[in-house]
Ligand binder design. Structure first.
Ligand SMILES: Nc1ncnc2c1ncn2[C@@H]1O[C@H](COP(=O)(O)OP(=O)(O)O)[C@@H](O)[C@H]1O
Ligand SMILES: Nc1ccn([C@@H]2O[C@H](COP(=O)(O)O)[C@@H](O)[C@H]2O)c(=O)n1
Length: 203
């Protein structure tokens, strides 16, 4: 059986990681998760506080490498994925071995932007959460987990995150097979996706 590739897109802090985690908890070793964020270009020479970097533009990622890795996984071969630090904006020297699995979830704000990536996906899910909720979540998360200050989150949001969302992320919503409102813990939507995955595993 070839792997089922599921793409989970949506704005920052919409609940992509939360959905991927719920699917992983349900299907354990049957699920492998790859984040587009692992493939950010190295920007360790900048500090986010400089507000110089645009992390929300499609060119910020090494998407060709992600596409290559997804093809490898789909063909049953392991890959060594990059490791990335949001704290230092750095692609680390080490890599992590990822084994193929029946379900591969790839998640990221911009994954439906690239035709080559979209073509690989068997199911495209867009997690749709209101911008004010996402911003509130992002402020808490970035301060707690990504070593940011309120001022830096605010400046980055206004300078790049919001305009890039409007220009590049939001339009990809209409590329999705399923749009999940109130992303993160939408139980009905999550149950429907779990059912779809079960059907694939039972084939
Ligand atoms: N339904 C929800 N209710 C409250 N907080 C949530 C919900 N879904 C996600 N979060 C929180 O919001 C933050 C961003 O969620 P996450 O799933 O990491 O989003 P994304 O991967 O889209 O950036 C995290 O701190 C997460 O715990
Ligand atoms: N060094 C970095 C890399 C990325 N970001 C921001 O992360 C967001 C994407 O991740 P989500 O979990 O929120 O989907 C994106 O909006 C980037 O601005 C960053 O701040 N620093």
């Amino acid at each position: 059986m070839s792997s089922l590739l599921i793409g989970v897109a949506g704005g920052t802090a919409s609940g992509k990681t939360t959905l991927a985690r719920i699917l992983k908890e349900s299907f354990q070793d049957n699920v492998t998760i790859l984040k587009h964020d692992y493939y950010y270009h190295d920007r360790s020479h900048f500090k986010v506080a400089d507000h110089k970097i645009n992390f929300d533009h499609p060119d910020s990622f090494e998407t060709e490498l992600l596409v290559k890795h997804l093809e490898e996984l789909k063909n049953g071969r392991s890959i060594k994925r990059p490791l990335y630090s949001y704290k230092t904006n750095e692609r680390l020297k080490q890599t992590k071995l990822v084994k193929p699995a029946p379900i591969v979830i790839v998640e990221g704000i911009l994954i439906f932007h690239y035709q080559s990536l979209k073509d690989l996906l068997d199911l495209k899910i867009y997690v749709d959460t209101d911008a004010d909720i996402r911003l509130l979540r992002r402020i808490s998360r970035d301060i707690k987990e990504r070593d940011r200050t309120f001022e830096s989150v605010k400046a980055q949001y206004l300078r790049t995150v919001k305009p890039m969302h409007q220009k590049f992320v939001e339009p990809t919503k209409y590329q999705a097979d399923i749009i999940i409102p109130h992303g993160g813990l939408n139980e009905i939507a999550n149950d429907l996706i779990i059912k779809k995955i079960k059907d694939h595993l039972d084939q």
